[in-house]
Design a protein around this ligand. Structure first.
Ligand code: NAG
Ligand code: NAG
Ligand code: NAG
Length: 476
């Protein structure tokens, strides 16, 4: 829940939630689900090598924790992310991977994936859980009495996906559809589950009202699982099962290589579909997910506030949106053809223009040859729930040099997830991967060196006070 956003309290109490479990029972055998999730847990253990690596990573992490952090101007406020909301709501025990609703059929597929019975193995994506390809239309409705004042936020998230992909949402009152339901938590089925049953639930309680959270749940509705469940995740992260309660471990299940497709999308820590590093942590002062040593700069940068360029590309591939464009155009700086207007490109953050050749208009260029400090202070109040205030700063070193920067987030909100405020630092030459997103003022952030002579910083806030201090210099 966003600290400063108190929405729809009265309306949702009046409407009252649909009983969560009785609704699920239509689609899944709950007893079997809970038994299966428990048996998945037994399979999740680390090798001694990984345990040894985790010990070192834990030690290094502890050194980054600031002893008595003092936020700017006193008052602090904790936001919750999807997994925390669902844990508090008591809904988590019926959910897979934290916020995924399964059908009995999908549960069988997952059971079979983990059993040695190859004859029954089948990819989840083959099982008819598809909304179609090339301009799929997803009909939706709201359950009776669903809070009116939450609907604009939900529709803004739908518009986000419509703007960047070929997916379309259509209000419907009959026929098979996604029904947005009152709930204590945030959860969705994966893909289109069964069109004989009238509706499939998309549970969005009042604490789920951020664009990023709704976009995340909609990704599940499209047919996506989480990034940290990808079969290649052990190359990027270590899961500290010792810091996860038994009963929560199944949320770190690993999808089998032959059953899911990565759609040629690289592993991305900052994806909107990646867990935050402290999700399901028993001791919240330490991570449950460690970035492996080669990626340690990303330790604080898991779970993007919004779908990233790669998340968008993944959805476009999933629905074969590119088939909308009869002829292709070339895009610079990693851009892709815009499936909603084939005569221009869709650019990664940091680039603009029809061919992605222009730097973003709002950026300021700062030359740095000696160490400089830059404070960003934002006291603006936001007017709409889904309205981020964004600032772009381009830090440029002389040609042939690199930018070295240490960010410091000075408060006042903190969260599992960088949803309410933070900065994203783009430091790679390749513009496509999301930048490093940081937001926690209670830990020392890493020093980052750009691959080129430029570093782009995007600072964002949902309002409130957010202050960032960046110390940077040009290095060889
Ligand atoms: C702290 O609050 C005061 C008064 O509201 C304001 O003038 C000042 O700029 C704030 N400082 C920071 C660093 O946010
Ligand atoms: C394996 O799958 C086949 C086909 O569904 C089924 O008939 C058989 O009973 C399964 N064997 C085991 C050991 O589960
Ligand atoms: C598509 O993009 C081009 C190039 O930016 C622009 O001129 C044109 O108006 C756009 N078409 C539509 C329908 O938005």
């Amino acid at each position: 829940m966003h600290c400063t956003v108190l929405i729809a309290l009265v309306a949702s109490i009046l409407a009252g939630p649909i009983d969560f479990e009785s609704d699920l029972k239509h689609n899944v055998d709950l007893g079997r689900l809970q038994k299966d999730l428990a048996s998945l847990e037994e399979r999740l253990t680390n090798t001694p090598d990984v345990e040894a690596e985790i010990s070192l990573l834990k030690e290094a992490y502890e050194k980054t924790v600031i002893e008595s952090p003092t936020p700017i101007n006193g008052s602090t406020c904790k936001d919750e992310d999807i997994n925390e909301i669902n844990e508090k709501a008591g809904e988590e025990k019926d959910l897979f991977e934290g916020d995924v609703l399964l059908t009995t059929e999908q549960l069988s597929l997952i059971e079979n994936i983990h059993s040695s019975n190859r004859s029954r193995r089948q990819a989840l994506s083959d099982a008819g859980y598809s909304w179609g390809t090339v301009n799929p239309v997803i009909p939706y409705s709201y359950s009776a009495g669903y809070a009116m004042d939450r609907r604009p936020t939900i529709e803004a998230a739908m518009k986000f996906w419509e703007k960047y992909t070929c997916v379309r949402f259509k209000p419907a009152t009959s026929g098979y559809r996604v029904e947005v339901r009152e709930s204590a938590g945030c959860s969705s089925y994966v893909g289109k589950i069964d069109d004989r049953k009238g509706t499939q639930g998309l549970n969005l309680g009042q604490n789920c009202m951020s664009i990023g959270t709704i976009c995340h749940e909609l990704s599940h509705t499209f047919g996506f699982f989480h990034v940290q469940s990808r079969f290649d995740r052990d190359r990027y992260v270590d899961i500290d099962f010792n810091n996860i309660l038994s009963g929560d471990k199944h949320n770190f299940d690993l999808e089998p290589a032959d059953k899911t497709t990565l759609r040629d999308i690289p592993y991305e820590f900052g994806s909107n579909m990646h867990y935050y590093h402290k999700d399901f942590a028993r001791d919240e002062s330490k991570p449950a997910i460690y970035a492996k040593p080669a990626y340690k700069v990303y330790q604080e940068g898991m779970m993007g506030r919004l779908p990233t360029f790669y998340d968008i590309l993944g959805v476009n591939k999933h629905f074969n949106c590119a088939a909308n464009c009869k002829s292709s155009i070339s895009c610079s700086n990693g851009g892709i053809q815009d499936v909603n207007n084939c005569s221009k490109c869709l650019c990664p953050l940091g680039w603009a223009g029809d061919k992605c050749t222009q730097a973003p208009r709002e950026s300021n260029t700062r030359l740095s040859t000696t160490s400089s400090r830059y404070f960003m202070h934002n006291t603006d109040q936001f007017s709409q729930v889904f309205k981020y205030i964004v600032k772009m700063i381009l830090i440029k070193a002389p040609a042939g040099m690199k930018v070295q920067m240490t960010p410091k987030v000075l408060g006042t909100r903190w969260s599992n997830s960088c949803d309410p405020m933070g900065i994203e630092i783009k430091f790679l030459k390749d513009a496509r991967p999301s930048g490093l997103q940081v937001c926690d003022w209670r830990v020392q952030q890493p020093t980052i060196t750009s691959e080129t002579n430029e570093m782009l910083v995007q600072a964002y806030t949902l309002g409130d006070q957010s202050v960032v201090e960046m110390q940077y210099k040009a290095v060889n």
